[in-house]
Design a protein around this ligand. Structure first.
Ligand SMILES: [Zn+2]
Length: 63
């Protein structure tokens, strides 16, 4: 699994799990991360996970 992180809004998304995430290729505010901890290491408690992504992830894991 791969994460995308918005460094301006401190939001952590799971790649492909929602439509509110930007494209790291075209927008430098977005970076691709290999784990959730990478975001936590950068911004600590400021990081919040996208609710849409969390819901969709639960759905995926339940399958
Ligand atoms: Zn999201």
């Amino acid at each position: 699994m791969e994460w995308v992180y918005n460094r301006k809004q401190y939001t952590l998304h799971i790649t492909g799990c929602c439509h509110c995430q930007g494209n790291p290729k075209y927008d430098s505010n977005w970076i691709v991360l290999k784990s959730e901890n990478d975001a936590l290491e950068m911004d600590g408690v400021a990081v919040h996970k996208c609710k849409v992504c969390q819901k969709n992830l639960e759905k995926i894991l339940r399958r």
